[in-house]
Design a protein. Structure first.
Lengths: 223, 264, 238
C-alpha cells in the first residue's frame, strides 16, 4: 500500500518530538504569563495612580507595545540589542523579555479597566454601612474586580500562547521548526508536510480552545 | 360603515401559558376600541397578534375581509396597512427625527421623498414639534419621542392604528401631551385599537371598551356603560382598583348608587 | 550627554550610518506598500466574511450556524504563523496549490474573519429586539429592517472592536514573510541577513510601521468619535 504520509506521525518518536517542540513555546508562554500577570497587577496600579507623570509614562508604554508588531519588538531585542549594547541574548530569553514587556502592559490595562469599571457608589454605599476601608476593599471592591478581570486575564493568556509561536522567527527550535526537521528527514513522503502542519494546527487548538472556553464561561457566569 | 378588522376566536399560548382564549372582536371604520384589563391579561399580546408580531395558534384575523393571520411571507405588506406604536417609543436612535419619519414611506411604500417630507413637516407641526425635524431622538423628552413615534406610524397612512400602552413609560406631566394627539386623531376619524391604563383617557377616546382578563373578553360595552355601570363583577373590581375611582365617587354620590344598583 | 551615554551604554565606536539609510529608503517604501495593501485586502475580506458569519449566528441559520461557530473557534485559537505554514507548505502536498499572494490573503482572512465575526456579533446583539419590531411595524421587509435599522446601529456599537481588529490584522502581516511575500518585515530581514547594518535596518522598520499604522490609528480614533457623537448610545431605552 502506498504510504499516504499520515504515517509520518507514528514513525519513531516523531510525535514526541513535535510535543517536545511545542513544550519549548509553551514553556516560554508559561513564564511570560506568570511574569505578565504579576507585573501587570503592579503596572495596572501605576496606570491608576494619581500622579499624572506616572500615568503618562505607563500610557505611553502601553501604546508603544500595542503599536509595534510583536515580531518587530522581537527583532529589536534579539538582533538589535546584540549590535547596540553587546548583549547576546539567546532566543528564549529575548522572547520572554519581549513578551513580558508586552504582556505586562496589556495586563496592566485590563487591571485598570476592571478597577475603573466599578461604579463609585459601590465604595460609597459600602462605607455608608460602616465598613472600614480595608473591609470595603476585601468584601466589595476586590471580589468585583476579580470577576471582571479573571476572564480577560485568561483570554490574554491564550493570546500570549499564540504569540509565542513567533519565536520560530528568531531561530528557536520550537514546534514548527521541529516539524520542518521531521519533514526534511522524511522528504520522500509527499504528503508529510500536510499532516505535520495539520497536527501542529490541531495541537495549538487543543491547548488554546479549552482556555478560551473557560474564559467565555466565566464571563457569562459572572456577567 | 364598513367593518375593517375582524378577530375571530383567536387563541395564543407561550409554552404552557395560555395568554389569549377564544377572543373575538370587530371594529368598524373610524371607530376607536379601547382594551383594558389587569397586567398580564393578554392586552399587548392581542395587539401583537393583530399585526403579526406573534403568530396565533387558533382562530383567524381579517383585515377588510381578507385573512391576514397565519401567513409569514408577505407580513410586511400587511403591516404597511397597520400602524403600531409601542410603550418604549422605539424610534431609531441612529437617525434624525425626519429620517425616522421618512424611512417607512420611502423605503417600504416607495413614495417620493419630497412629497413625504412636506407631509411629515405638516404633521410634526400639528403635534407641536415643527422645530425638531433635524435632531436625534436622544435629545427629545419621552413625550416628544412618543409624539414622533405617532407621526411615524401615521405617515404610513395606515388603515388602522394600534397603540400599546403608549404612555406607560412617560413621566406623569408628559402623558397629556401625547394623549391629546391621540384624541385629535380620533376626532379626525382614525380607526384605532388602544391598550391603556389611563382610564379617563380611555373614557374620553373610546367608542367601545373591551375588558380582558385571563385572556378572555369579560365585558364589551360603550364607555359610558363600562365606566359607570359595568355589567360584570370582575370589571367592577378592576375599576375599583384605580385609586382615583373612590375619590371621584365620593365627590359624586349619585354615581356611587348607580354602580351598586347595576351590580348583579 | 550623548557621547557619555554612547561610551557607557552602546557598543564602542557605534554610529548611525545615515547614507545607508538614505540608500535603502526605496526598499522600505516598496515593503510598506506591500504591507499596507495586504493589510487592507485582508481587513476588507475579513470584514465581509465576519459580517456574514455574525449574521448567520445572530439570525440562527440552521446548520450553517454550527459550521460558523466551529470556524470562529478554530480561527481564534490558533496562531496565524501555523495557519500560514499549513496553507503554504501543507496544502499543496494534497493538491491544493495557492500562490504566495493567495496564501497571504486566505490566511489573513481566515484569521481576521473569526475576530471580525465576534466584533459584529456583539454589535448586533446589542441592538434591542424591539428595534427590529419597530422596523417591521412600519412595513419594512425583514431584509430592509436589517439594512436600515439593525446594521447601522450594530456598526456603531462594534466600531471600536472593528478598528482594533483592523490594526491587529495590519500588524499580523509582519508574518507574511513565511509565505515569501516581500512585506516590510521580509525586506528588513533580507537586508539584515545580506550583511546590512542591523540597527539602521531595524530603525527604518520601526519608522515604516509607525508611518503606516499612525494614520490608521488616528483615523480609527476620529471615526469612533464621530460615530459616538452621532450615535446615540443606548440611553434612549426606558
Amino acid at each position: 500500500m502506498q504510504d499516504s504520509g499520515v504515517s509520518i506521525l507514528f514513525k519513531g518518536i516523531n510525535f514526541q518530538r513535535l510535543l517536545g517542540g511545542l513544550w519549548v513555546t509553551l514553556r516560554i508562554a508559561l513564564i511570560t504569563i506568570g511574569l505578565s500577570l504579576a507585573l501587570g497587577l503592579v503596572f495596572g496600579l501605576i496606570m491608576l495612580s494619581r500622579r499624572k507623570v506616572l500615568r503618562g509614562i505607563s500610557r505611553a508604554w502601553l501604546e508603544i507595545v500595542r503599536f509595534m508588531p510583536q515580531l518587530v519588538l522581537l527583532y529589536m531585542v534579539y538582533f538589535g540589542f546584540a549590535r547596540l549594547f553587546g548583549w547576546d541574548l539567546d532566543g528564549e530569553t529575548s522572547a520572554v523579555l519581549v513578551f513580558t514587556f508586552w504582556g505586562t502592559a496589556e495586563m496592566g490595562d485590563l487591571v485598570r479597566g476592571a478597577v475603573s469599571s466599578i461604579p463609585p457608589h459601590q465604595r460609597e454605599s459600602a462605607e455608608a454601612i460602616g465598613l472600614t476601608p480595608m473591609q470595603v476593599c476585601r468584601h466589595v471592591l476586590i471580589p468585583q474586580t476579580v470577576r471582571r478581570l479573571l476572564p480577560q486575564a485568561i483570554n490574554l493568556s491564550t493570546r500570549i500562547i499564540k504569540t509565542t509561536a513567533l519565536v520560530k522567527m528568531i531561530n528557536v527550535t520550537e514546534v514548527l521548526k521541529v516539524g520542518q526537521q521531521i519533514i526534511s528527514q522524511f522528504y520522500r513522503l509527499r504528503e508529510a508536510p500536510f499532516w505535520v502542519y495539520l497536527t501542529i494546527f490541531i495541537l495549538y487548538f487543543i491547548i488554546c480552545w479549552p482556555i478560551s472556553a473557560l474564559a467565555g464561561w466565566l464571563e457569562k457566569r459572572w456577567a | 360603515m364598513d367593518t375593517i378588522l375582524q378577530v375571530r376566536h383567536i387563541g395564543k399560548a407561550f409554552e404552557h401559558n395560555q395568554v389569549l382564549r377564544d377572543v373575538s372582536l370587530e371594529l368598524d371604520e373610524g371607530r376607536v376600541l379601547v382594551v383594558v384589563g389587569p397586567s398580564g391579561c393578554g392586552k399587548s399580546t392581542l395587539l401583537r397578534c393583530i399585526n403579526g408580531l406573534e403568530q396565533i395558534d387558533s382562530g383567524e384575523i381579517l383585515l377588510r375581509g381578507e385573512v391576514i393571520s397565519g401567513q409569514r411571507k408577505n407580513l410586511h405588506l400587511v403591516r404597511q396597512k397597520i400602524g403600531m406604536v409601542f410603550q418604549s417609543y422605539d424610534l431609531f436612535p441612529h437617525m434624525r427625527v425626519m429620517d425616522n419619519l421618512l424611512l417607512g414611506p420611502v423605503k417600504a411604500l416607495g413614495r417620493p421623498k419630497e412629497e413625504v417630507r412636506a407631509e411629515a413637516e405638516r404633521m410634526l407641526a400639528r403635534v407641536g414639534l415643527a422645530d425638531k425635524a433635524g435632531v436625534y431622538p436622544r435629545t427629545l423628552s419621552g413625550g416628544q419621542r412618543q409624539r414622533v413615534a405617532l407621526v411615524r406610524a401615521m405617515l404610513m397612512q395606515p388603515e388602522i392604528l394600534l397603540l400599546d400602552e403608549i404612555t406607560a413609560a412617560l413621566d406623569p406631566e408628559m402623558v397629556s401631551e401625547v394623549l391629546n394627539v391621540v384624541l385629535d386623531l380620533a376626532r379626525d376619524g382614525m380607526t384605532m385599537v388602544i391598550v391603556t391604563h389611563e382610564m379617563r383617557f380611555a373614557e374620553a377616546v373610546a367608542d367601545e371598551v373591551v375588558f380582558l382578563e385571563d385572556g378572555c373578553v369579560v365585558e364589551r360595552n360603550p364607555p359610558e356603560v363600562f365606566f359607570h355601570r359595568p355589567e360584570t363583577e370582575r370589571a367592577k373590581r378592576f375599576l375599583q382598583s384605580f385609586d382615583y375611582a373612590p375619590r371621584r365617587r365620593a365627590a359624586q354620590p349619585g354615581a356611587n348608587t348607580a354602580e351598586e344598583q347595576s351590580a348583579p | 550627554m550623548a557621547p557619555a551615554l554612547t561610551g557607557a551604554f552602546f557598543v564602542r565606536g557605534w554610529t548611525m550610518d545615515w547614507s545607508y539609510i538614505a540608500a535603502h529608503v526605496p526598499d522600505f517604501l516598496g515593503g510598506a506598500w506591500v504591507t499596507l495593501s495586504y493589510g487592507l485586502i485582508g481587513v476588507a475580506c475579513s470584514a465581509v466574511l465576519g459580517l456574514l458569519c455574525s449574521l448567520v449566528r445572530v439570525f440562527r441559520v440552521p446548520v450553517l450556524r454550527a459550521l460558523v461557530r466551529a470556524y470562529v473557534e478554530l480561527s481564534r485559537n490558533t496562531p496565524l504563523l501555523v495557519q500560514l505554514f499549513f496553507l503554504y507548505a501543507g496544502l499543496p502536498r494534497v493538491g491544493v496549490k495557492l500562490s504566495a499572494g493567495a496564501c497571504a490573503v486566505v490566511g489573513l482572512t481566515f484569521l481576521g474573519g473569526g475576530y471580525m465575526a465576534e466584533a459584529f456579533r456583539s454589535g448586533l446583539e446589542a441592538v434591542d429586539r424591539s428595534q427590529r419590531e419597530a422596523g417591521e411595524c412600519i412595513g419594512l421587509t425583514p431584509l430592509q429592517t436589517v439594512r436600515y435599522v439593525v446594521l447601522p446601529q450594530a456598526f456603531a456599537t462594534a466600531a471600536p472592536a472593528l478598528f482594533a481588529n483592523m490594526i491587529f490584522l495590519i500588524k499580523e502581516t509582519s508574518m507574511l514573510s513565511v509565505v515569501a511575500i516581500m512585506d516590510l518585515m521580509n525586506v528588513a530581514d533580507t537586508l539584515r541577513t545580506g550583511g546590512g547594518r542591523t540597527i539602521e535596518v531595524l530603525s527604518m522598520l520601526v519608522v515604516a510601521y509607525v508611518v503606516i499604522l499612525l494614520p490608521v490609528s488616528l483615523l480609527a480614533t476620529f471615526a469612533e468619535r464621530r460615530m459616538r457623537f452621532a450615535g446615540f448610545g443606548r440611553q434612549h431605552t426606558v
